[in-house]
Design a protein around this ligand. Structure first.
Ligand code: BGC
Length: 431
């Protein structure tokens, strides 16, 4: 099948994961601590900073018509209040390259990485961050707003609460299985969709605290991907609202939204109350903050099941992805339908994908995920696009380059790109 002309079919990336050399960011510092939890530093990543034109052309040649990428706060405002005009010009070039190739740019302002100075000022638990984020959003919009139709303010704004829940569960599992901490850690990592090394983090805790203190002036820096307090959780959404206000004041026609990490939460008999509580925490309690947004970015990777004693492990014999969670492309349709019950603006799938070495499994994943998307569109759900995660095999945070989510393989010694069959397959939905 093919979607109608205006439907956006594309791929997503995030600046830090693909550009390379994001030296003024909090992540860069954490990657280089002697007791880092990262298996390797991001380094040059995919050198997308210099090779974006080649990457965008590959997308266009395959038939894609949208590209979701992020602009990097740590590049644009490397020191508090000092904005770098050259970096804005870089992103203007990227946007223009998209347009020249018939690709709609969807820009994310904040995809996990922050400037190191922001973290030294208390990061994502500090009230002052709202004002800093508003100022940054206004600056980017003032400079680039005339060329944009879509802005995602913050990526997976609910990630901090998910991490808080997972850390609690991880500690419990590790206590229960002190002797098999490995399997406890593996299980916990499989319940978070972003690349994390919980075991390494626990082992490193003492030294990392000292090193973080030296780097950021606090043993527990509040980077974006940290366990959030309820106050910090609300603060992230207030920052979104402040940024949205700033964007709308300059360019009222830009479509503004936030993105959320959403699991397909399934209740087995007796697990209903757990599944409901999890959905409230993951999605429903945010509605007052986002109800008037133009769109919501839906990001889904798998399902989670609940039984009478809480969260269940993956079903026996389930196919697992490299990230240790279940291959379950039907989750996307379920999540879209559920979100549409409460959120009345447009929906865009801003991320959906899998890390696998066998690309034929990716093709199958995309085929089944898009069948769900098509059925939602047919039923009149205002779904405007689908962005596969990710365009390139890239830096999966603490798990380094070991996870291959990409539609395009990258040989990092030569930076040679090799499109996979899944890229053409995704593009075929536009023909
Ligand atoms: C994030 C991406 C990440 C992807 C795969 C999402 O949580 O937005 O940055 O690479 O999932 O784990």
């Amino acid at each position: 099948m093919a979607f109608t002309k205006g439907f956006l079919i594309g791929a997503a990336t995030a600046a830090h994961q693909v550009e390379g050399n994001n030296r003024n960011s909090d992540y860069w510092i954490q990657e280089h601590l002697p007791h880092s939890s990262f298996i390797e530093p991001s380094g040059e990543a995919c050198d997308h900073y210099h090779r974006y034109e080649e990457d965008i052309k590959l997308m266009a040649a395959a038939g894609l018509n949208a590209y979701r990428f992020s602009v990097e706060w740590a590049r644009i405002e490397p020191e508090e209040g000092q904005f770098d005009e050259r970096e804005i010009e870089h992103y203007r070039d990227v946007i223009r390259c998209c347009r020249a190739n018939g690709i709609e740019p969807i820009v994310t302002l904040m995809h996990f990485t922050s400037p190191a100075w922001l973290i030294r000022k208390g990061g994502w638990e500090a009230e002052s961050t709202i004002g800093y984020f508003r100022r940054y959003a206004a600056y980017v919009t003032e400079k680039l707003g005339a060329e944009l139709n879509y802005i995602c303010t913050i990526n997976e704004a609910n990630m901090g609460l998910q991490l808080a829940a997972i850390s609690r569960r991880f500690r419990l599992m590790a206590e229960q299985a002190a002797k098999s901490a490995d399997s406890g850690a593996k299980k916990a990592e499989g319940t978070v969709q972003v690349g994390m090394n919980f075991k390494k983090m626990m082992e490193n805790m003492k030294f990392a605290a000292i090193e973080n203190n030296q780097a950021f002036g606090t043993p527990q820096p509040q980077i974006f991907v940290s366990s959030r307090t309820p106050e910090g959780d609300a603060l992230v959404f207030r920052a979104h609202q402040a940024a949205k206000e700033a964007i709308k004041a300059l360019y009222p026609d830009i479509r503004v939204g936030i993105t959320l990490s959403l699991h397909d939460l399934q209740a087995m008999p007796g697990g209903e109350s757990y599944a409901e509580a999890a959905w409230d925490e993951e999605f429903r309690h945010y509605l007052p903050f986002i109800a008037d947004d133009d769109f919501l970015g839906v990001q889904n990777y798998t399902r989670t099941q609940y039984g009478p004693a809480g969260q269940l492990p993956c079903p026996e014999g389930a196919e697992l992805t490299q990230m240790d969670y279940e291959f379950y492309p039907e989750a996307l349709e379920h999540v879209i339908r559920r979100v549409a019950e409460d959120f009345k603006g447009d929906l865009i799938v801003t991320e959906n994908g899998i890390a696998v070495s066998d690309d034929s499994r990716r093709v199958e994943f995309v085929r089944r995920a898009l069948a769900g998307v098509e059925s939602c569109v047919k039923d009149g759900i205002p779904l405007k696009g689908y962005m596969y995660w990710s365009l390139l095999d890239n830096f999966e945070w603490q798990k380094g380059f070991s996870m291959t989510f990409g539609l395009i393989a990258v040989d990092r010694t030569t930076q040679t790109r090799t499109p996979k069959e899944s890229l053409a397959f995704l593009g075929s939905y536009r023909k």
